[in-house]
Design a protein around this ligand. Sequence first.
Ligand code: UD1
Ligand code: UDP
Length: 383
Amino acid sequence: MIKIVTIIGARPQIIKAAALSRAIREKFSDRIVEFIVHTGQHYDRNMSQVFIDELGIPEPDINLNVGSASHGVQTAKMIEGIEKVLQEYKPDFLILYGDTNSTLAGAVAASKIHIPVIHVEAGLRSFNKKMPEEINRIVCDHASTLLFSPTKTGYNNLVREGFNPANKTPFSIDHPGIFHCGDVMYDNSLFFSEIAEEKSEVLKRNDLSKDKFLLGTIHRDNNTDDPDRLKAIFKGILKIANESHMDIVLPLHPRTSKKMEQNLTDSLNERISKKVNIKIIEPVSFLDMIALEKNAKMILTDSGGVQKEAYFFQKPCIIMRAQTEWVEIVENKTAIVSDADEKSIYDAWKYFRTSKGILFPPIFGDGHAAEFICKTILNARKN
Ligand code: UD1
Ligand code: UDP
C-alpha cells in the first residue's frame, strides 16, 4: 500500500484534489491510501467546507487552522504544521496542487526531510516573479520528484528549466520525472457538468437566464490591492453593464469585497451598487459556479481556474491580468488578455459580442488525468 499525504488549503486546491481522491476511491483504493491535511488557508464555509461536502472529498484528517496572515507568517506556520504531520505519518509521497502558499509550504517541509513531492499543475509560468504564485510554482517544481503538467507549454517550460525529459527511473528529487498528463480540473468539469445542471439553483436564485448574462470573478492580489487597477476593472465592467443591458454576475472573493471598500471611492462604490444589472454575490459552491459558467454568454476573470473552465465550457474569456499561464487559450483566440485596463476590457467584450464560430479544440487532456497520475505514482514506486 502506498501512503500519500495530500495538502489542501485554498479553494482551487480542494477542487483539484477532488479529482484524485475520486480516482483513488474508485480505482486504486487497494493500492493507495490518502491522508488529507487542510492548512486552513481558506476557512469561510463558502471558501472551503462547501467544496469538501459537494465534491465528495473525505473530511481532512487534520486541519492546521493557519488562517490569514502575511506571506511569511502564513507560510511559516504551515511549514511547521506540515513537517510535524509528515514526521508522524511517514508517507511515501506528498501531493501538492497549484501555486498557493499551501503548495509552497508543503514543498519546503517535505523536501527538507526527504519525502518525495508530487506536484500536480507543474511547469506553469507567467514569467512575472512579482506574482507570489510564480515564486511558489518555481520553488515547488524544483523541489519535486514527480511533476505533472496539464499542458504541453507547461511541460516545455520544465524542459527549458533543465528537467530531463528522458524520464529514467528510479525518480528522486535529483532525478525527477516530468509528465504531460492533462488537467485534473478538466476531469472535474466533465464529471460534475451534468450534476451541476440538475442540482444547482443558482440561476433561479439570482434571476438569471441562459446566455443573457456575463460572469466575472476578481481576486488576484495585484488587482484588488492596487486602487488604480481595481478602479479600472470596475469602470470597464460598468461600461459593459451600461451598454449591454445584460446582467453581470460577480461572485466575489472575500479579499475583493474587503478591498473594494478600501480602494474604491465612495462614488464609484455607489455607482456599482446602484447599477441594477451588476449583481455582486457571495462566493458560490462549485456546482453553482459550473452552472454559471455553462450558462454565461462570456466570462471575465483574473482567476487561473476560471480561465480554464471558460475554455472547457466553450465560453469566450476576458483575462483581466497582464499575462496568463494558459497561453494556449489566447493563441486559440478564445480568450483575450485585457489586463486591468478599462478600455481593453470594454474592447474585448465588444470583440467577443459579435465574433462567431470560435473553436475550442481539446488541449487539456481526455478527462482521465487523475487516473494517469495514480498509475504513474504506482509505477514510480515499483521502480
Ligand atoms: C490565494 C492564493 C491564490 C489563489 C487564491 C484562490 C496565495 C499566495 N494566493 O489567494 O494564488 O488564486 O487563494 O482563491 O496563496 N479571506 C477570507 N476568508 C477566507 C479566506 C481568505 O475572508 O476563507 C480573506 C482574508 O482577508 C485574507 C484574504 O482573503 O487576508 C486573502 O486570503 P489568502 O489566502 O491570503 O490569499 P488569496 O487572495 O485567497
Ligand atoms: N470557484 C467557485 N466559486 C466561486 C469562484 C470560483 O467554485 O465563487 C471555483 C472555480 O470554478 C474554479 C476555482 O474556484 O474551479 C478557481 O479558484 P480561484 O479563482 O479562487 O483561484 P485560482 O484558480 O485563480 O487559483
